[in-house]
Ligand binder design. Sequence first.
Ligand SMILES: Cc1ncc(COP(=O)(O)O)c(C=O)c1O
Length: 477
Amino acid sequence: MNKEENYKLELSPTEMKALGYQVIDMLVDYQTSVAGQAVKTQVAQADMEALLRESAPESGSDASALVRKLQEEILIDLEHKIHPRDFAFIPGPSNFVSVMADTIAGGLNIFSGAQLTSSAATIIELQVIDWLRQIFGFEDSAGGLFVSGGSAANLTGLAAARHLILNDDIGSARIYYSDQTHVSNIKALKLLGFQAEQFSSISTDEDFRIKPDELQECVNKDRDAGFKPFCIIANAGTTNTGAVDPLEELLAIRDTEQMWLHVDGAFGAAAALTDKGREVLKGLENVDSLSFDPHKWLFQPYEIGGIIVRDMNHLQKTFATNASYLRDIQGPDSQEVNFFDYGIQMTRGFRALKMWLSIKTFGLAAFRKAIERGIELAELVETELKKSEHWEIITPAQLGIITFRYVIAGLDESALSELNQRIVQSIVDDGFAFILTTSLRGQTVLRICAINPRTSDEDIRLTIEKLGQFGQSAAEP
Ligand SMILES: Cc1ncc(COP(=O)(O)O)c(C=O)c1O
């Protein structure tokens, strides 16, 4: 058939299988060879533009040749997020079983918005959310749903807070968070209609944890001035340093002030699966809403985030709507859950499938060990750094993250910043590992987030050795 006439957008069974096998071969080759490649390949933007910019093609071409071109020429300018020496931002060490689950969810095009369209999808999502509810320690009444990521999870939790506490009347409301809080929360507040003067950024202690006394003072002052303090946003694992705010102290403030405590656990909440994590996350089980992000430390491919609220009905009260074209969806069983009534999306992909299939395949014990491994790897980085007097630990290993910098006696702050920036440039250019800087109280520091369970001790040792060599060369006059 002439390609132009293929208006049914179909392939023959033989073509579908050939394309499918080709894609699987590509993915398996990638999984098994990525560790041997540079972590971040560098392709000039102009070359990418030259390769990709064109008018929309009126006629089609061969899918197999296109996939080959993707593999060989186009999808090469990547930060390989599953690479064992990708330590920048939050790495994405996903797992292959979940990749296949995404393929099934896409292949069957499962609509996860309503029980009528797939009761299996609804029940699997309820089940996986319930496993997570138990891991985080919430009571039975808690519940939630999967969303696209941490940003959407924060937006969903804060929308519930606005509705439940303020009845959406935001005029005099005031919100508090620490100076380490992830920008997605601020973005969410803006989307929810709050103005900048309604947020207060509270300073943090030497461990980058919010200062509860300062928070209380700020709340008192706002109340005296006639405002309505209504929400605290706390961190369960900041992006910069992995710091966890003192949740129990914040819960006490929440209780006396009758506010909502939202916790951004996009990075750190997964650590609740481990003994060490539970210790630092004490209090998590009593917060009003918690965002978490399985596409970070629960080893899922993008996109999957999640939100759990202390009372699942809170989400329904916030998001449920009615429309004549939805009337048949409300079946005779009033107990049924239609997820479009619990969050922002109506049409939703079947994100829960990848969590379910990977937990069922590997077991929770394997996930627990994988998270413990991340905590240990950052501790190993700290041990290795301590072997040289040139490395200064800025924040110790916590929840898989450590920050540090190379120091030469006698250099002032700006020279040290420049030196450390040069070290990062060298490691990025080298490609052996991918490490970037962050800024902590005006200091430029190196940051390693080591949550990939496939990272070996040797990967860590060689990375620190290389960084030391780059530090030495950068310091040479
Ligand atoms: C603490 C924290 N919160 C929220 C987010 C936003 O999550 P996402 O990128 O999945 O939207 C991130 C992302 O790194 C994060 O580290």
